[in-house]
Design a protein. Structure first.
Length: 239
């Protein structure tokens, strides 16, 4: 009987982890909308120790995820995390983003060379094309965060179907920038502007209806987000 109870508890916990990851992403979208509207480092819930810095999309795999600042274990429970020692996503240089293999970055196993990724920051969208996927051993291979040149590196644990987490192997995806057209617009943004949603529409509507300045509306939106999600996130983050 004791073994049955323990087994049930482990199964419930295992099911809760991916559910928690999905719920967090759903709530983070409101904070990202506030950031896009001008809010500085908006917290997705009042006691959060991170904030959204970008959104990453991959159309073929139906991926649309908010990227958080930081890559510690607590942050990665809620979304992919940007390594602060690397360049900010979408800002040029070498950007490194990590995620868990069994939740937010499970989709990396479906990437192929030539696939296109879209990275949205507060100012616009940049396109990247996958140039390489590889498996490395973290004990003898180090990812250089401040590497020269512009590229996007996505990292998760390997293998994807491992029973136990924390192994030394890493699955590394390298993507290079697609570039811009003569007007300075990202080619990927012009060719594939099919985001599943645009959370800033509501905030833009608020600006037109009230005449308030965007910064004030952004702060108001952030306040509404925090009030609306506080109770839900207390339940989620308590696990």
């Amino acid at each position: 009987m004791a073994l049955l109870v323990v087994g049930f508890g482990l199964g419930l916990h295992g099911a809760w982890i991916p559910l928690k990851a999905e719920l967090a992403q759903w709530l983070l979208r409101d904070a990202w909308a506030a950031a896009r509207a001008g809010a500085v480092a908006p917290k997705p819930w009042p006691w959060a120790d991170t904030f959204p810095v970008a959104r990453i999309e991959m159309a073929r795999l139906d991926v649309n995820q908010i990227v958080l600042a930081g890559d510690d274990g607590r942050t990665l429970a809620f979304g992919p995390g940007w390594a602060p020692a690397s360049s900010a996503p979408g800002q040029g240089g070498h950007s490194v983003i990590s995620g868990h293999r069994d939740t937010h970055f499970a989709w990396l196993q479906g990437l192929r060379r030539g696939d296109v990724l879209r990275v949205e920051d507060r100012h616009g969208v940049r396109g990247y094309r996958v140039s390489e996927t590889r498996v490395v051993d973290s004990r003898d291979t180090r990812i250089v965060l401040d590497a020269a040149g512009e590229q996007l590196t996505l990292v998760t644990c390997w293998p994807f179907d491992a029973w136990q987490a924390g192994g030394p192997e890493r699955y590394v995806v390298t993507a290079v920038p697609i570039g811009t057209d003569s007007s300075g617009t990202d080619r990927i943004a012009a060719a594939d502007d099919k985001a599943e949603y645009n959370e800033t529409d509501e905030i833009r509507a608020d600006v037109s209806e009230t005449g308030d300045r965007p910064a004030l509306v952004a702060r108001s939106a952030q306040h509404r987000v925090q009030r609306a999600t506080s109770a839900r996130m207390r339940a989620i983050t308590s696990w």
